[in-house]
Write a protein of this length. Structure first.
Length: 208
């Protein structure tokens, strides 16, 4: 797993880099490294415009090739949350409560395909999408609004409620492997970035 650590100060970045590099599964890249990272680990107190500009540099035309974003920060606003989801957010961690060990565990979880967004923040994100037009670029070539299957919509409703893979499997009487397969297939088919982006897209289309 190739990781780029972005922080407000170099001291913080170096400390986190040294810690995560202790895991043999992690390769730490420099911000200017030509090799594309698998994960961006952003550590900041507040999300400023220059922060979004830095993240934008890592975006790719094909969302599937873009790095996954782990954000360690103070709680962002709903508007900021929508923007970072559009830039690949898969996990949020509260800066004041997060330890180096927590970061290592989250990196491992994200490498396995997990996503983590607190229920309170997920609620804010969904409400933001419901009450206004989302300005993030919509995936192209998906004009058929009925292209989600019934079981995909059932899984998306569970994701929108903040359920884990295990909870979804229990609620829908599927195996966890089946749930993961359904999520993977709908993300790939619609050119989405991650689970949160999938829920947001379905909401924007009026399907949830």
């Amino acid at each position: 797993m190739r990781v780029v650590v972005l922080a407000e100060d170099r001291l913080t970045a170096q400390g986190v880099e040294a810690h995560v590099a202790g895991d043999e599964r992690v390769q730490v890249l420099g911000p200017g490294d030509e090799e594309s990272p698998d994960v961006l680990l952003l550590i900041t107190a507040e999300l400023a415009e220059n922060t979004f500009a830095v993240l934008q540099r890592y975006c790719r035309e094909n969302p599937k090739e873009a790095p996954r974003l782990i954000l360690v920060a103070n709680k962002p606003t709903a508007e900021q949350l929508v923007r970072v989801v559009g830039l690949g957010l898969v996990a949020f961690m509260s800066r004041e409560k997060t330890t180096l060990s927590d970061i290592s565990e989250m990196l491992c979880a994200v490498a396995r395909g997990a996503a983590s967004l607190p229920q309170s923040m997920l609620g804010s994100l969904l409400e933001q999408i419901r009450t206004r037009r989302w300005n993030d670029q919509a995936p192209e070539g998906n004009d058929d609004l009925s292209s989600f299957t019934d079981r995909e919509l059932a899984v998306l409703r569970q994701l929108a409620a903040g359920c884990s893979t295990t909870e979804i499997a229990t609620a829908l009487h599927y195996s966890e492997r089946t749930v993961k397969y359904i999520i993977h297939e709908l993300i790939v088919r619609h050119g989405l970035r991650n689970r949160v982006h999938a829920v947001a897209y379905a909401l924007r289309q009026g399907l949830l």
